[in-house]
Write a protein that binds this ligand. Structure first.
Ligand code: GLN
Ligand code: ZN
Length: 757
């Protein structure tokens, strides 16, 4: 008899109830009790949805972040919040969000956030030093186990394993995280004791580090940890996800625990070896339902593959989603407006659990017991495979026909640079912005009204054009050298393009937590990508007509569109990226034909797409950069291509960045005193660079002197004739009152630098 369980369920709620409860509490419009009641209600709902699983996760719910929860469980808070007055909830949000001096008499920096493995979820990085101490604070988990039991589910507490926990920490410079293991393990021991005292059967111990490349120290730490915890009276389910175990497979099989969960979607190739290697007393949990995308599972195909595994393992086989379901939206049932055909191909978290139930019945009772659901599933899978909306032979033919020449500019950079200089006649230290100007309340209101069909298209267009004109006039007044149209018409840099491409659909409630109360609603790329017509030309050409100054057109690049969407699982990501590249290439050429001779192609998410294992980086970078080049490189030598990236870690990918061969790259550097340009210097990066001179995330207005000083530092590393002056990123989240003085100072700084040169 195969058992079913789940690794984690979305906590934001079907209608983002948690987000709104948090924001009301922070305002503060509501009390802590109100917030905690909403949280309790959401947990109850989630357990109801999971009630018939053999084990439901407990402790996966979080008010903000499950890593921060674990830090609290381990009594591990950053020094800067220790000893402050207030409740535990106050401390929790202080670490999560920081506090301004006005709030608590003392400013507190928020904990640093970073990406959870290769997902778009961000966690609060625990900070450690050699002095860090831990002490158990297990009430949250204990309370929730009681809650779960009264909700009628079999609780399986979820914790982050000690090795992954340390791996997620950031150590003070010179300190070694692994030194802390010895201090940490007794706390885990106590934690497991308390769970066993409550009669907990199984504990899910997440160790996703096992799908990454681990050096000997980390592998040894896993041995130490699990030998130390071997005495646990509750059984431990060592849980891995997001990839293949590969060279860690034997170790994962042999650590002294009672069971192992593996990602049988991304790590499908491991399954046979694990079945062979796993000691006969251990349970094997196979994550067969993809927790990272929104497609229905091919249940009939899966059953064929699973049946022999089930025959061999019997009761030792457990079934689950591949990873926690927090990476997918909650419930497809809410999407009543969605195209019914495409909807029939989808499964969100709730539906993924339904799939699990069907699988379980089919294995345990025979396929006849679930003949209806299996037949429905087969129909949906067949309809998706055969759909003319998914497969467009023309597009596939165009991707097949891609040659290296398509990604090749006509001349090398040095020649282009001369031609562009003659053509554009820009001063030294040219000033520009990254694309967006403030998205004012008027802009948002007008977009909403247009969506709701309360105003006509004409009315909407006029409003947007007024905003574009305003942005142009402000930039002229400021004396910027290269203007932009300001992106008033864009709700979001991916959605805007997705909405105009065939092959995309959008959900209404398909929210996924990004961090804390922040959610994103990734569009769904379901079919071959086709651009029915120009997407941006109307707006940018209008801006072009308003001014004689150089104007830069704005597009989002193929890799970013790919990485911020749910994409199809029936072809390699590379093929999807190339389809997007061909579509946006057409847009680039249309802009050029409309007289726009500077074009920026944003690739904010290029780095995010890097695979977990370094050994797979090159393959990704090769096609990702090809996709960019295909998009960008059809233009004339005199057309200047820009790209923009919102981060600054280029150390390990500088060669690839150089291969993009954009004439100008603008990057985020202001927070690092330009040290991040060192790698461009060392690599002798040949093209032009705009290192961001002010942090657009902060309302602070940079002074002219600050900007001059940053640019002088930049000029020590990159020849001045190849430097641009610009902010870090787009200005859409700022107010005009902040933007104008900041840009005035920026322009003044550039003038000062020119005069000094
Ligand atoms: N052009 C976009 C903007 O200015 C870039 C946004 C981004 O890099 N995240 O808003
Ligand atoms: Zn950016």
């Amino acid at each position: 008899m195969a058992l079913t369980h789940n690794l984690g369920f979305p906590r934001i709620g079907t209608r983002r109830e948690l987000k709104f409860a948090l924001e009301d509490y922070w305002k503060p419009k509501t009390t802590a009790d109100d917030l905690l009641n909403t949280a309790k209600h959401l947990r109850q709902q989630n357990w109801q949805t999971q009630a018939d699983l053999d084990y439901a996760p407990v402790g996966d719910f979080s008010l903000y972040d499950h890593v921060l929860d674990m830090s609290f469980t381990l009594g591990h808070l950053p020094e800067r919040v220790q000893g402050l007055k207030g409740s535990e909830l106050d401390h929790y949000f202080r670490v999560a969000r920081g506090r301004s001096p006005a709030d608590c008499g003392c400013g507190i920096a928020a904990g640093e956030m970073t990406k959870w493995f290769d997902t778009n979820y961000h966690y609060i990085v625990p900070e450690v030093s050699e002095d860090t101490a831990f002490s158990l604070n297990n009430q949250r988990l204990l309370d929730q186990i009681a809650e779960a039991r009264s909700a009628g589910v079999s609780p399986k507490p979820v914790i982050i394993g000690p090795v992954t926990y340390l791996w997620l920490c950031k150590a003070r410079e010179g300190d070694d995280r692994l030194q802390l293991l010895e201090r940490l393990l007794p706390v885990y021991g106590q934690l497991l004791d308390q769970l066993a005292d409550l009669g907990v059967d199984w504990v899910q111990v997440d160790e996703p580090v096992l799908v990454t490349e681990l050096d000997a120290d980390w592998k040894a730490a896993l041995e130490t940890a699990y030998h130390a915890l071997k005495g646990s009276r509750s059984k431990l389910l060592l849980t891995t996800y997001f990839g293949t175990l590969a060279e860690n497979l034997q170790q994962a099989c042999n650590l002294p625990v009672a069971g192992l969960h593996i990602d049988a979607v991304r790590g499908k190739q491991d399954v046979q070896a694990v079945v062979d290697w796993l000691p006969p007393h251990k349970v094997l949990s196979l994550g067969v339902i993809d927790g990272r995308n929104i497609w229905k599972t091919d249940l009939n195909g899966l059953l064929e593959w699973l049946t022999p595994v089930h025959d061999k393992l019997g009761d030792r086989l457990w079934l689950a989603p591949s990873c926690s379901l927090i990476h997918v939206p909650v419930d497809l049932a809410l999407e009543s407006d969605l195209d019914p055909e495409i909807r029939s191909w989808l499964a969100f978290a709730t539906q993924k659990l339904d799939e699990l139930r069907v699988l379980k019945s089919a294995l345990n009772e025979g396929t006849d017991a679930v003949a209806g659901p299996l037949a429905d599933n087969a129909r949906a899978i067949a309809s998706r495979r055969a759909s003319g909306r998914v497969n467009n032979p023309d597009i596939r033919q165009q991707v097949q026909a891609i040659t290296p020449e398509l990604g090749q500019r006509k001349s090398p950079y040095s020649i282009r640079a001369n031609k562009q200089a003659q053509h554009l006649k820009l001063p030294r230290y040219p000033t520009t912005t990254i694309g967006s100007f403030p998205q004012t309340t008027d802009i948002r209101k007008s977009r909403l009204a247009y969506r709701k069909q309360e105003i006509s298209r004409e009315h909407y267009v006029t409003t947007m054009k007024t905003e574009i004109e305003r942005a142009i006039r402000e930039q002229e007044k400021l004396g910027l050298d290269v203007l932009v149209h300001g992106e008033a018409e864009r709700n979001d840099m991916v959605e805007y393009f997705g909405e105009q491409l065939e092959g995309y659909i959008f959900t209404r409630f398909g929210w996924v937590q990004s961090y804390g109360s922040r959610c994103v609603k990734p569009p769904i790329l379901y079919g071959d990508i086709h651009r029915p017509g120009p997407m941006t030309v109307e707006w940018i050409a209008y801006a072009r007509s308003l001014t004689d100054k150089p104007l830069k057109g704005m597009l989002t690049g193929p890799v970013t569109i790919l990485n911020w969407s749910f994409v199809r699982d029936d072809q390699p990501r590379r093929d999807t990226a190339f389809q997007l590249a061909l579509a946006i290439r057409q847009e680039v050429l249309d802009l050029e034909a409309a007289g726009v001779n500077i074009i920026q192609i944003d690739e904010a998410a290029l780095r995010e797409g890097l695979p977990l294992r370094r050994s797979q980086w090159q393959d990704y970078l090769d096609w990702a950069i090809d996709a960019f080049r295909i998009t960008a490189n059809g233009v004339k030598d005199t057309t200047q291509i820009h790209t923009h990236m919102c981060y600054s870690e280029f150390n390990d990918i500088i060669e690839d960045i150089a291969r993009m061969d954009a004439d100008v790259i603008t990057i985020e550097t202001s927070r690092s005193a330009m040290e991040l340009l060192d790698v461009f210097e060392a690599f002798r990066y040949p093209n032009e660079i705009g290192p961001g001179v002010y942090d657009i995330h902060s309302p602070n207005i940079p002074s002219r002197d600050q900007i001059v000083s940053l640019m002088s530092k930049a000029a020590e590393r990159v020849p001045a004739e190849r430097l641009w002056v610009n902010p870090d990123c787009g200005l859409k989240t700022r107010q005009w009152e902040e933007v104008i003085p900041a840009l005035e100072n920026m322009v003044a700084a550039a003038r000062e630098l020119r005069e000094a040169a």
